[in-house]
Design a protein around this ligand. Structure first.
Ligand code: SF4
Length: 263
C-alpha cells in the first residue's frame, strides 16, 4: 500500500476533532499532491481524517474507480450515495454489483418525505420539464438536501470529479475547502485523470460499471433528466438537455467553480 508522509500540520479541528484547512493550506496541499497518485492522496486523506472521510458515489465510471481505490486501501471506508428516487434501473443494478464486489455497506440518503410529498402534490411528478425553477426545486429536495445530511459530521469528502469533464472543471484542484458544506475538505483524487485513464482502470481491474455507459450515456443522473449523447457532443449534453448550459447546475458541487456532476 502506498504511504505518504503528509499529515496536516497544526491545523485547527472542528467539534468532531477533524482537521480544518484554510484556503491557503488547501492550495498548498493541492500543489504538494498535484503529482501524487490517486492512491497516495486517499492514503493521506484516510490518515488525516479517519472515519470522518466519506467517499461520494453516484456510480458513474469515475466513482467505480474511486470506490475500488478507497475500498482496497480500507475495506471499511465509508461510501455514501444519494438515491433521488428517480435513478435509472441500471444505476440501481450497479449499486448492487458494488455491494457484491466490495461488500460495502453503502450509506444511502433519500429525499425527506415531508419535503418531497408536498412538492409533487403541488407541482407534479415531472415538474422539472416545466421551468428551471421547478427543476431546481426538484434537485434541491432530491439531491441537495440529502447531500447536506450525508456530509453532516464529515471532515472531508472524496469525489470522482476530473478536470477533463468540463471546461468549468479545468482548474479543479486536488484539495478544496467546501464552504457550501460547512467548510469541510473536498478531495478530488482523480482530478488529473483522463477519460482514457478511467476506462483503462475499469478494464484492468474488471470493475463493474453502469450499463448505460455502453449505450451513449457518458454522464448519468436521474432517468427523466438524462439522455444519450451523439458522437462528438459534450459529455454533459445529455443532462437537462432542454435547458441552456448556464442553468445546468444541480447544486451538488457549488461554490468551488466545478459546476455539477452526476448524482
Ligand atoms: S436530476 Fe431531475 S429528477 Fe433528479 S433531482 Fe434533479 S430535476 Fe429531479
Amino acid at each position: 500500500m502506498a504511504t505518504l508522509n503528509m499529515t496536516t500540520p497544526d491545523v485547527p479541528t472542528d467539534r468532531e476533532g477533524s482537521p480544518r484547512l484554510t484556503l491557503s493550506e488547501a492550495a498548498s496541499l493541492s500543489e504538494r499532491l498535484a503529482a501524487a497518485e490517486a492512491e497516495e492522496i486517499l492514503v493521506w486523506a484516510m490518515e488525516t481524517f479517519g472515519r470522518h472521510l466519506v467517499v461520494a458515489s453516484s456510480f458513474g465510471a469515475e466513482d467505480m474507480v474511486l470506490m475500488d481505490l478507497a475500498l482496497r486501501l480500507d475495506p471499511l471506508a465509508r461510501v455514501f450515495t444519494i438515491d433521488t428516487g428517480r435513478l435509472p434501473e441500471e444505476t440501481y443494478a450497479v449499486m448492487d454489483a458494488a455491494r457484491e464486489r466490495w461488500g460495502v455497506a453503502l450509506e444511502v440518503h433519500a429525499p425527506r418525505p415531508e419535503a418531497l410529498e408536498p412538492l409533487v402534490r403541488e407541482r407534479g411528478m415531472n415538474l422539472f420539464y416545466r421551468s428551471v425553477a421547478d427543476r431546481k426545486a426538484c434537485c434541491h429536495v432530491r439531491k441537495v438536501e440529502p447531500l447536506q445530511r450525508a456530509l453532516a459530521g464529515a471532515g472531508a469528502w472524496a469525489t470522482g470529479l476530473r478536470r477533463g469533464q468540463a471546461v468549468t472543471r479545468s482548474a479543479l484542484p486536488v484539495v478544496q475547502v467546501d464552504y457550501a458544506h460547512g467548510g469541510i475538505v473536498k478531495l478530488n483524487p482523480l482530478a488529473a485523470w483522463s477519460e482514457e485513464d478511467v476506462w483503462r482502470a475499469i478494464r484492468e481491474r474488471d470493475l463493474p460499471y453502469n450499463a448505460l455507459h455502453d449505450r451513449g450515456f457518458p454522464s448519468i443522473g436521474c432517468a427523466p433528466c438524462t439522455r444519450a449523447v451523439q458522437p462528438g457532443e459534450d459529455v454533459r449534453a445529455g443532462r437537462w438537455w432542454w435547458e441552456t448550459p448556464e442553468t445546468k447546475e444541480c447544486g451538488l458541487h457549488v461554490g468551488d467553480g466545478t459546476g455539477s456532476t452526476a448524482a
